[in-house]
Ligand binder design. Structure first.
Ligand code: AHR
Length: 537
C-alpha cells in the first residue's frame, strides 16, 4: 500500500531524528504500523505444488530406491533436505490438469503390478515430440503412499486434488477411505498397510477438481457448482473436518473470471447457505508472463519491469475475488486458496521431456518476493497458496537432472520469507519514486510486507529498479528497534541465475546493520529482495 499523503505529513517531523546510513538523502519511505494487525500469516501461504508433468515427479522428486542418486526410499535426498530447510508447510499433488485424468487406484498396491498409462500432458506437442520416458508413459511408481512419504520427509501437509472430470464421487470417497480409514478396518486400509502405512494419513486438504472451467471438464460455473455439491456430500470423514477446496477462477485478468466466482457461489447456495460451513476455500490460479511467454534468460529491461508489473496484479485479483465471494458469503467463512501461481516463460528446457521447464533468474526471484509480500498483506483473506511448480517446471525452486541439483533464486526468496510464517501480518506502507518504462508505463518504487512474532518484527522489501539503490527511511509506528539483522538477495546482473555448473551463483548475503530506535535509514540495493529482522525494545 502506498500512502503518499499520509507519509508526506509525517516526513518533516521524522527527518530530524534520523541517523542516515548512506550519504544519499532519503528518497523513499517504509512505514510499519505495529498496532494495525491484519491477520495471521498461515504457514500454508508459502506452500508448493507438484504435478505429474515433465520432470517434476520423475526425476525431480522420484529417482527410485536403486538409484545412485542419494535418496530416501526412492525420493531425492537433496530435495528433501532443502524442503526441510524451507519449513515447507504444504504440498499439492497430483495436478494441475493431470489430476482430472488421474485414477488414484493406478498408484497404489505393489509397484511392480501398477499399470502404465499415457500421461495427460502428451496432449502437448512439445512433450509428444520429446523422447519417451516416464514423463510420457506414466509408470505410476510414484503414487499416493510415495507422495505421503515425501510430505512426511519434508515435514509438509498433503493437499490432494481429486478427479472430478473423469471419476465419480464414489471413487473420491474411496480415495478418502484409502488415505484416512482407521488401521485394519477396511479393505483399502489394508491396501494402504501393504503400501507401507498401517496408520491413516489423515489428509485434510481436498481439492475438488482443477480448473473445472478448462482442462478439468469445461464446465460452466452453474454446472460445476452442482458437481461440487455432489462430490462433497456425505464423504466418509473418520472424525476429521475435511477441508474442501472448490475449483475457482483462472489466470486471465478479465471479468469472465469474476463471473466464474459469482456464478459458482450463486449456484452453490441454491439449496441454502449452510453449505458455506463445509467449504474451506475457493482456489484461484494466476500466472504472470510477458508477451508471448518470452525467454527466461534473454529479456530486456522493459521485459523485467513488465513481468514485475504483471506479478503485482495478484494484489488486485485477491481483492476482486474476495469482494465477489463476500457478496454471497457475508461472514467470509470461505477463504481464497491461490493453489497455482508463478512466472511462466519459455525454455531453454532443462531436458526436452521436462515440459515447461526453464532456468529462473533474479527476475523470477523478485516475482516471488512481490507475490509472497502480497499474500502476507492479504493474510486475512487467504488460507493457502502454492507456488507452481516445485522442481523442473514453471517458477521452479529447484533444478534436478540425474545426479545434478541446484536451488534457484526463487528458493532463496522462500527461504528468506519463511521467517514470516505464523506471524501476525501488520499494515505496511511504502512510498518511493515510481519507475517509468516502455511506452508510458509505470511501476511502483518500493513494496513489501511485515509480520510480528513476539518481539521480532520481520520486514521484507522489494526494490524493482534495475540500477538505482533506494535510500529509504524506515519508521516503526508503535515500536522501537533494539537491533536488526539484514539479509539481501541481489546480483550484479538482472539475468543472474543458478544452474548445474554454478549452483551458488546467486545467494542471499547477510549485511551489517547498526540500527536502533523508531526510525532509521536503510538503502535497498537495486533489483533486490531484502529482509530486515528487527528485535523490538
Ligand atoms: O502448472 C501447469 C498447469 O497450469 C496446470 O496443470 C494447470 O492447472 C494450469 O493451467
Amino acid at each position: 500500500m502506498r500512502r503518499r499523503e499520509f507519509l508526506a505529513s509525517t516526513m518533516a517531523m521524522a527527518a530530524a531524528s534520523l541517523a542516515p546510513r548512506s550519504t544519499r538523502a532519503a528518497d523513499g519511505w517504509v512505514e510499519i504500523l505495529i498496532n494495525e494487525p491484519i491477520g495471521e500469516i498461515a504457514p500454508e501461504l508459502h506452500g508448493h505444488f507438484t504435478e505429474h508433468l515433465g520432470g517434476v515427479v520423475y526425476d525431480g522428486i522420484w529417482v527410485g530406491e536403486d538409484s545412485k542418486i542419494p535418496n530416501v526410499g526412492g525420493i531425492r535426498k537433496a530435495l528433501v533436505d532443502h524442503m526441510r530447510q524451507l519449513k515447507a508447510p504444504v504440498v499439492r499433488w497430483a495436478g494441475g490438469c493431470f489430476a482430472d485424468s488421474y485414477n488414484w487406484r493406478d498408484g497404489v498396491g505393489p509397484r511392480s503390478k501398477r499399470p502404465v498409462r499415457t500421461n495427460f500432458w502428451t496432449v502437448d506437442p512439445e512433450l509428444w515430440k520429446a523422447p519417451d520416458g516416464p514423463q510420457k508413459y506414466e509408470p505410476n511408481t510414484f503414487g499416493t503412499a510415495e507422495f505421503m512419504r515425501f510430505c512426511q520427509l519434508c515435514g509438509a501437509k498433503p493437499y490432494l486434488a481429486a478427479n472430478l472430470r473423469s471419476l465419480t464421487p464414489h471413487d473420491f470417497d474411496d480415495w478418502v477411505d484409502y488415505c484416512n480409514s482407521p488401521a485394519g478396518r477396511t479393505t483399502l486400509a489394508e491396501t494402504r498397510a501393504g503400501d507401507g502405512s498401517k496408520d491413516p494419513f489423515n489428509v485434510l486438504y481436498w481439492g475438488i477438481g482443477n480448473e473445472s472451467w478448462g482442462c478439468g471438464g469445461d464446465f460452466r460455473p452453474e454446472e460445476y457448482a452442482i458437481e461440487f455439491r455432489r462430490f462433497i456430500s456425505w464423504v466418509p470423514n473418520y472424525g476429521l473436518k475435511l477441508c474442501y477446496i472448490a475449483s475457482g477462477p483462472g489466470a486471465a485478468v478479465d471479468d469472465a473470471q469474476v463471473a466464474w466466482t459469482r456464478g459458482f457461489f450463486e449456484n452453490l447456495l441454491a439449496k441454502g447457505s449452510q453449505i458455506l460451513n463445509r467449504v474451506y476455500g475457493l482456489s484461484m490460479h494466476y500466472y504472470c508472463w510477458t508477451a508471448g511467454k518470452g525467454d527466461s534468460l534473454d529479456f530486456t529491461v522493459d521485459d523485467w519491469y513488465q513481468l514485475l508489473l504483471q506479478a503485482d496484479v495478484m494484489d488486485s485479483l485477491v481483492t476482486k475475488h474476495w469482494l465477489a465471494i463476500g457478496e454471497f458469503d457475508k461472514d467470509h467463512k470461505v477463504k481464497l486458496v491461490v493453489d497455482e501461481w508463478g512466472a511462466w516463460h519459455r525454455g531453454p528446457a532443462i531436458d526436452p521431456r521436462y515440459l515447461f521447464s526453464y532456468v529462473p533468474t533474479m527476475r523470477d526471484a523478485l516475482v516471488t518476493g512481490i507475490t509472497l509480500d502480497t499474500f502476507n498483506r492479504h493474510a486475512e483473506k487467504l488460507a493457502m497458496c502454492n507456488d507452481a511448480q516445485l522442481v523442473n517446471c514453471i517458477h521452479t525452486l529447484f533444478l534436478a537432472r540425474e545426479e545434478r541439483f541446484a536451488p534457484t533464486p526463487i528458493f532463496h526468496v522462500f527461504d528468506m520469507y519463511k521467517a514470516h510464517q505464523g506471524g501476525r501480518s501488520l499494515r505496511f506502507v511504502s512510498d518511493a519514486p515510481s519507475i517509468s518504462y516502455g511506452a508510458g508505463k509505470t511501476l511502483w518504487g518500493l513494496e513489501g510486507s511485515a509480520s510480528l512474532h513476539d518481539k521480532t518484527l520481520v520486514v521484507t522489501v522489494v526494490n524493482p529498479h534495475v540500477s538505482e539503490p533506494r535510500a529509504a527511511e524506515v519508521s516503526l509506528q508503535g515500536g522501537s528497534a533494539r537491533s536488526c539483522q539484514v539479509t539481501v538477495l541481489s546480483a550484479p546482473d538482472i539475468h543472474s541465475h543458478n544452474d548445474f555448473d554454478r549452483p551458488q551463483a546467486v545467494e542471499p548475503k547477510a549485511e551489517r546493520a547498526e540500527v536502533s530506535g523508531a526510525r532509521f535509514s536503510w538503502t535497498f540495493q537495486p533489483a533486490s529482495v531484502t529482509k530486515l529482522e528487527i528485535e523490538l525494545a
